[in-house]
Design a protein around this ligand. Sequence first.
Ligand SMILES: [Zn+2]
Length: 62
Amino acid sequence: MPLGRKPFLFRFQNGQLKRIAFYTDCPHCAQEIRAAEKYMGAKVACKFCNGALQFVESIAMS
Ligand SMILES: [Zn+2]
């Protein structure tokens, strides 16, 4: 199950789009996880099941 397949969350800031967070499903417990963009590439633990996760950027940014 690829991580990061859901759209990133954007908001307008001075007319520009800015990525602030992203959503994915935990591969262990299938709970939806929202993570701040600063955690991209980081190894973290799922807050629901404590399973190990690493967020990877799998969506091509255009
Ligand atoms: Zn989990």
